[in-house]
Design a binder for this molecule. Structure first.
Ligand SMILES: [Zn+2]
Ligand SMILES: [Zn+2]
Length: 252
């Protein structure tokens, strides 16, 4: 009888909860240090995360060093105005955020999604009206191997936190792209050409919409640029990028 089974399952779960805590005591998802509470990071890892501060570039939110003030543009945006309307990054990529992302992605710590999304949400400016939350897509082979799209998990949590509509399959990746690390700018663009497009079934919702594009890590920006290009082609009005970790000053 399904109903009776359900009742038994709930009782067993409650009975074993303290035991599970003893067998699997909560650990910091970045370094593995034991924790008093079930959620969050240890104090050391919190302290090591680099939160991008102000002043920062008026266009892309790249944090400035001394001598530059809010309202100015960074050298990258001056040299080549970006396609997007800003990047909200929870952290700057460093050893601590790298470990956290790896734990999230490969350790299958799906539970980390809500914590990372809260940190991203804290950096995302007020959204005027509805913004569609759209994740950077994974190719179906990689999705099949990993079992989940980490950006889609973040997008879903971010949408819930900010009460915004989420369009999980707004973008599609038509061809698997190998790792872009180590490739020059032109080679990255070639590898991504035609790889990402708007899902035809979602085109009607994207036309004229404001979009928050969600990714776990923004490295060179080549993948997010390909997504922004596809969204703009489909008629998106404004596209902001929201990520957990942003790599700055990588070789371009
Ligand atoms: Zn830690
Ligand atoms: Zn900039």
């Amino acid at each position: 009888m399904p109903v009776a089974q359900g009742v038994v399952a709930v009782k067993w779960g409650a009975a074993f909860a303290p035991l599970v805590d003893l067998v699997y005591p909560p650990r910091c998802p970045a370094c593995g240090e034991g924790l008093a509470a079930q959620e969050g990071l240890c104090a050391t890892c919190w302290a090591e995360l680099a939160i991008p501060g102000e002043p920062c570039c008026a266009t892309c939110q790249r944090p400035f060093g001394p001598g530059l003030t809010d309202g100015m543009l960074c050298a990258h945006c001056l040299a080549e105005p970006p396609l997007h309307d800003g990047i909200a990054a929870a952290t700057l990529y460093n050893e601590a955020s790298r470990k956290l992302v790896l734990s999230f992605k490969h350790g299958r710590r799906i539970a980390l999604a809500s914590m990372l999304a809260r940190m991203i949400g804290a950096r995302l400016p007020d959204l005027d009206g509805p913004w569609l939350i759209v994740p950077v897509p994974l190719h179906r082979w990689r999705l099949w191997r990993r079992g989940f799209n980490q950006s889609a998990l973040l997008a879903r949590e971010l949408g819930r936190l900010r009460s915004q509509p989420v369009l999980i399959d707004g973008l599609q990746r038509h061809k698997p792209t190998r790792m872009l690390g180590g490739l020059g700018k032109a080679a990255r663009a070639r590898a991504l050409a035609g790889a990402i497009a708007v899902n035809p079934r979602a085109a009607g919702r994207i036309a004229g919409a404001d979009v928050v594009l969600v990714d776990d890590v923004i490295t060179s920006g080549a993948t997010s640029d390909a997504c922004v290009r596809a969204l703009r082609k489909a008629g998106a009005r404004r596209v902001r990028i929201a990520c957990f970790a942003r790599v700055l000053d990588e070789a371009r």
